[in-house]
Design a protein around this ligand. Structure first.
Ligand code: PLP
Length: 373
């Protein structure tokens, strides 16, 4: 059976060139980057050149990039150290952040003397910027934690505006850019971002590797203690093949960024057009959404809702209800719960997310199968 993968916001297939590079590194670059002999130094050189590639694409300095096992780890580290070590007394965030941010903030609120305030979300999924501006009227040392592109509905926050507001109000800005890095240009010299997190498996790289950007004016303390890797900020022997895979994947994404973005946007528009023709009462969840994510509310009955993902899955079609971590769970998505009315929340919402590996033919099959449910 042909498999149709339309769940690229959950994770992406790895590019063949990335696999080839990782295999090469595993076969030939087995040295420990901390070893002083030439075999170790050669591995270290891969780690450092990977760091430089990332820094070049984000327009920051290589020393501001720290490798982690995931974006989840990077956000946990940053948020925790901001509260413990940088004297943050107040966190401003939103209830539609990824759980890597939300649950970390909740844990910090329970453990430390830190107040948390959430920005209102408008019914179209966008942030209420007036509310954000009002939230700055406080003397507490504040960290703003807001994502760039939402992983469930694809709404895009204005990170230039948020960063500028943070700078004017002396607040720090942590930004989860997991869904946007590798898919659009992010110039860190143009943006007032203090901390950013990213994950390779969202841009056709390997799982289990990510990085944090820590603006050099902020000095955090480590989450993990041990060796002197990553200048002591992230102990543990570097996953050299993963790091090489991450930088290769990011480099390839940037080499192809315009063509792939155009192609993926066309696929999304094609899919939305066909959905509207076949299900005239369909609605999009979110407005001004990113080019690879389409989250729709289907005009289906409650009985159909329960079986929809299962029925698509047995036909070999992978899409998502809410976010990947919630597929199969009966809880409504925490993101949609902030935006939709109760009756709409009971209807099925599907997240369809595309990559350049998808085709219009696949979308035709998806629509056909959806009609047959
Ligand atoms: N933030 C967002 C917006 C995500 O989509 C994800 C992955 O689902 C994460 C954070 C977590 O990333 P990782 O898988 O690297 O922990």
């Amino acid at each position: 059976m042909q498999k149709i993968y339309l769940d690229n916001a959950a994770t992406t297939p790895i590019r063949q060139e990335v696999i080839d590079e990782m295999v090469r590194v595993m076969q030939t670059e087995y040295g420990n980057p901390s070893s002083t002999h030439s075999i170790g130094r050669s591995s270290k050189a891969i780690v450092e050149s990977s760091r430089k590639i990332i820094a070049k694409h984000l327009n920051c300095s290589a020393q501001e990039i720290i490798f982690t096992s995931s974006a989840t780890e990077a956000s946990n580290w940053i948020l925790k150290s901001c509260v413990k070590d940088l004297g943050i007394k107040r966190i401003v965030s939103s209830k539609i952040e990824h759980h890597a941010t939300l649950y970390t903030i909740q844990a910090l609120e329970n453990e430390f003397d830190v107040k948390v305030e959430y920005i209102n979300i408008l019914p179209n999924g966008n942030l209420d910027y007036t509310h954000l501006e009002n939230l700055f009227a406080s003397n507490d040392k504040t960290l703003v934690s807001l994502m760039h592109v939402n992983n469930e509905i694809g709404v895009v926050n204005d990170i230039k505006r948020i960063g500028d507001l943070c700078q004017q109000n002396n607040a720090l800005f942590h930004c989860d850019t997991v869904q946007s890095i590798g898919k659009m240009v992010i110039d860190l010299q143009e943006l007032n971002i203090d901390f950013l997190v990213s994950s390779a498996h969202k841009f056709h790289g390997p799982k289990g590797i990510g990085f944090a950007y820590i603006n050099k004016k902020n000095v955090l303390q480590p989450l993990l203690f041990g060796g002197e890797q990553e200048k002591g900020w992230r102990a543990g022997t570097e996953a050299v093949h993963q790091i090489a895979g991450l930088s290769k994947a990011l480099d390839l994404s940037f080499q192809n960024i315009e063509n792939e973005a155009k192609y993926v946007l066309e696929l999304k528009q094609y899919c939305w057009g066909k959905l509207k023709n076949n299900f005239p009462e369909i609605k999009e969840n979110g407005e001004n959404t990113f080019y690879n994510i389409l989250n729709v509310l289907l005009p289906f009955t409650e009985e159909k809702t329960a079986m929809i993902l299962f029925n698509l899955d047995i036909k070999g079609i992978a899409v998502s209800r809410g976010s990947a971590c919630q597929s199969g769970s009966v809880k409504p998505s925490h993101v949609l719960a902030q935006m939709l009315r109760d009756d709409d929340l009971k209807k099925p919402s599907l997240r369809i997310s595309f990559s350049h590996y998808n085709t219009k033919e696949e979308i035709d099959v998806f629509i056909k199968e959806l009609k047959e449910i």
